[in-house]
Design a protein around this ligand. Structure first.
Ligand code: SIN
Length: 353
């Protein structure tokens, strides 16, 4: 009897399984890989660390990218955005990326000059006349070449983002003429070209990491600084400076970088989704950074007593005449022919203005 029951169970199990075994398997074919079958246990997590506030162009773009990646991969890839340098600070994030402790960062281009002097291109004062000019160069062959510059160091470049133009501020006096800078101490990012810019003005550059900006200013470690409106606003620098000049003299851009080994390990389909999300975010950020900087300039005007001066055309000419030696310094340090050509053309344009 026991034998009969056992045999019946075996027969029934066999008949049921015929209906549930995939036809492909029965035909000896392999079942194709399907992301959904893998389930959430196989979700890919990308940690994206950055040093600025969430309500800045970079902070907003990082969130936008995360949202687009989630949509394009049906949740298979999750981008965890970690703002405000709360995981890795300004000085540590590049190292964290190289060691794959985070998979994505977006440092300012100035902070990459330690890897290659070519990144200093973007620190040249008055390199760009307007936002269209910026976009033209960022999306050009020159921009694309820069993105591959650090692959031998394990860094994959995904995109170049713009936070627009930098403005000057000081506690000592209004900054109108080049002479107004003489003797003042200015906070800079770690970039030799920015250092040269302040030296050409007769000022003293002082390197300060972004996360120490506010406390260093409280401790009187510098008199003035340059940054985009969004950084001046979100770090509340405007509340601690007496004078600001809307000079648009410099550019603040970011390189969106990924750990290269991590990138190479991703399935091609995932890489394509990330590229599509990045292209969309980069485009979106162009108008978004203009919107945020304009809106926050208005807020600074409303909320503070800082004296704001808009650099006149004549003052601008005085500034860039004084700053021309910075271009010569840059040309001494780079070899790329196309880049040199581009810089020389810009010098000619400025000289004939
Ligand atoms: C940033 O926008 O990432 C920070 C720039 C700075 O260090 O001033």
């Amino acid at each position: 009897m026991k034998y009969l029951i056992g045999a019946s169970i075996l027969v029934i199990t066999f008949i049921i399984s015929i209906f549930f075994i995939p036809v492909d398997w029965l035909n000896g074919k392999e079942i194709p890989y399907d992301d959904e079958q893998e389930g959430l246990s196989k979700q890919i997590v990308i940690r994206f660390s950055h040093v600025v506030a969430e309500n800045t162009p970079k902070g907003l773009a990082a969130q936008k990218f995360a949202q687009l990646v989630e949509e394009k991969t049906d949740g298979m890839v999750k981008v965890e955005v970690i703002p405000n340098g709360s995981l890795y600070k300004d000085e540590d994030e590049l190292d964290a990326l190289i060691h794959n402790e985070v998979q994505m960062i977006a440092p300012s281009l100035s902070k990459l000059t330690g890897l290659a002097p070519e990144w200093g291109l973007f620190d040249l004062p008055f390199l760009f006349q307007n936002d269209q000019d910026i976009q033209k160069v960022l999306s050009s062959e020159l921009g694309n070449k820069l993105l591959t510059l650090n692959e031998n160091k394990g860094i994959k470049g995904l995109a170049l983002w713009s936070n627009g133009f930098k403005q000057m501020s000081s506690n000592v006096k209004p900054l109108r003429q080049p002479d107004d800078f003489i003797g003042q101490r200015f906070r800079i990012m770690p970039s030799p070209i920015i250092g040269e810019q302040f030296k050409a003005f007769g000022a003293k550059p002082v390197e300060v990491p972004f996360d120490q900006l506010y406390t260093s200013l409280q401790e009187d470690k510098f008199d003035g600084q340059e940054n985009t409106i969004s950084n001046i606003y979100s770090r509340r620098i405007y509340g601690m400076q007496k004078y600001m000049t809307v000079s648009n003299h410099g550019f603040l851009g970011y390189a969106v970088l990924m750990n290269k080994e991590f990138w190479d390990s991703l399935p091609e389909k995932v890489q394509q989704s990330l590229e599509a999300a990045m292209a969309e975010t980069t485009l979106w950020m162009i108008s978004e950074s203009q919107r945020v900087n304009n809106q926050q300039l208005q807020l600074i005007e409303q909320e503070s007593s800082i004296q704001i001066h808009h650099l006149t055309e004549q003052e601008k000419i005085e500034w860039y005449k004084t700053l021309m030696p910075v271009y010569h310094k840059f040309l001494q340090n780079v070899n790329d022919k196309a880049m040199k050509e581009f810089v020389k053309n810009r010098m000619k344009q400025l000289e004939t203005q």
